[in-house]
Design a binder for this molecule. Sequence first.
Ligand SMILES: Nc1ncnc2c1ncn2[C@@H]1O[C@H](COP(=O)(O)OP(=O)(O)OP(=O)(O)O)[C@@H](O)[C@H]1O
Length: 653
Amino acid sequence: MASSMEAQRKSLPIYSARDRLIREIKTNPCCIVVGETGSGKTTQIPQYLHETGLSKKGLIGITQPRRVAAISIATRVAKEQSVSLGAEVGYAVRFEDCTGPSTKIKYQTDGLLLREAIQDPLLSRYSVVILDEAHERTVHTDVLFGVIKGAQKERRERHIKLLRIVIMSATLDTSSYSNYFNNAKVLYIQGRQYHVNVYYTLKPQSDYIHSAITTVLQLHGEEESGENGDILVFLTGQDEIESMLHTLIQCKSLFPSHWKDMMVLPLFSALPSAQQQKVFQKPPPNTRKVILSTNIAETSLTLSGVKYVIDTGMVKGRGYNPLMGLDLLLVQPISKAQARQRLGRAGRESEGYCYRLYTEESFLQLEENTVPEIQRCNLSSVLLQLLAMGIKDILSFEFMDQPPEESLIAALEELVLLKAVNKEENGEETLELTPLGQRMSSFPLSPSLSSCLLASVDYDCVVELVTLVSLLSVDTVLYTPTDGREKADLARMKFFCPEGDHLLLMKIHKAYQTSNEKKSWCHDNYIHARNMSTVQDIRKQLKEICRQNSLQLTSNNDGERLRKTLLCGFFRNVAEHVRDGKYLTVLSRQEVFIHPSSCLFSVTPPPPFVMYTELVHTTKCYMRMVSVIDPKWLFEIAPNYFHKTMTTNMIQD
Ligand SMILES: Nc1ncnc2c1ncn2[C@@H]1O[C@H](COP(=O)(O)OP(=O)(O)OP(=O)(O)O)[C@@H](O)[C@H]1O
């Protein structure tokens, strides 16, 4: 076993560059490594650096944009090193730390390393930090660019051991990275392990899901038992994945009974780890895996057995409007860099095939790179983290690409309103994190959610808020099949709450906890069993952080109290009914509507004042997760703010 692993490691394209890589990384404080997908960057470089002794001086840390990649790569590397996972090779992700005192190579999400930098801005436990898949430009990786660059400089000035930086990807515009990292050395690794054949459609496809289903069925139907490649399909979200999964399972009966079986597996970020791990397992004999994934499988992963990639060319991307505090989720075309990464999931163990469900002309018209997330998201969490690290002068923080000024200002305003930050203007404007802000930064939550969690201390309902915040941290716990909406609504009628969705969620959670047979209870009530079990994991972690912050786990489930506590973090998200179901937000007088998925959607007359914890723009501007409030609470909770902004007709009682 060990020798076959050894032979496999030596057969990777990167192996011939091993000595050069070690030499260059040892002599240059910053290196940019670019090499084809599958050449061996992620799994091998950390091992080379460990084998050459760099891990004696501190950890070798490697970041990944996604938890599923961090876990699976660490598992693979532990195997290659013949050690148990969590010993010399480990991983750390938001709800799990699988490292120990002997850990030398640590894979982790970029978000987690950023959290670690709050405690230790010099990252003193590390001798090397490798930021992998840098082309993805997640907001966390972008902030880490500046944080590790600053840590390296400061360690040098203070004569603390050198922090080596390695930036890696298969698709990078090397010159801008090299400039940013003080003329970092750029190292290229030649070669791809196996060839991938690429096919395009001849005509544009109007329905990419339909095309994806047809392609899977054709591939499965064409091959008799000879070829045994698994199939990986890229879709945009959980809904699409579940609907395609449903269709494919129904289509299984189209194939003769002696035919290979089709095992259809979903993969998306809200899926609990244990379920995600199924995509890495070998299918039973005579069975083909068909993995339906969002872009979480786009980078880093080796899904053993995958020979065919079907790329719909679309992704659900985040957008943000800072003036309205509005998050946008839009299905949009991918970039060329993403298309190359998707292709790179094939050809890792043998020759591969990539079916792009768009024309070659459309491919050529795609943007070269993905727009950095930092330019299209709410920055309040990031700002809070930077302040918690002691970085006060945000405007001169060295971002690789500066975020829009209006996003930074909106984020700052949010933090000031939540009392996380004091803005002092004595000649020059300085920002001070308050003790409350410091506490808020210790929760892996958005500032609004951590703010209401901390407010629950004053309202004596910490346990309930932990539950509510956990319920709000997953996509949704309500399972509404596309073809069974009415049945689902009927089954969940018993949970209806005239006060709104937040108390409805609490009611569902209570019933879930008292049920003996959780799986069948979820099934009967159209509740998402997987997401509900993720909620339990999040609750555990949040309770632990509460304990670390010496917060007493008080409990009180009075509905008014819970809504008031929630309002402490979301008092800016209030809307007033004007007419015919149309609302105006108190803050910006923006026209908004209750989302059809809300239990208050068809309540008549519509409640005069509501609070929402999510605002999304699809066909209209919708409030999702809505609760009825009494406007008098606003003056109790945020008196200064509301005396300034409230319309006069609201103040009249
Ligand atoms: N879990 C695994 N099972 C089987 N083979 C694996 C596994 N992980 C990695 N490999 C092998 O190691 C090779 C190198 O993988 P690695 O992730 O290091 O490449 P990479 O250059 O970082 O690719 P990418 O740019 O796609 O992240 C793969 O092509 C595959 O052959």
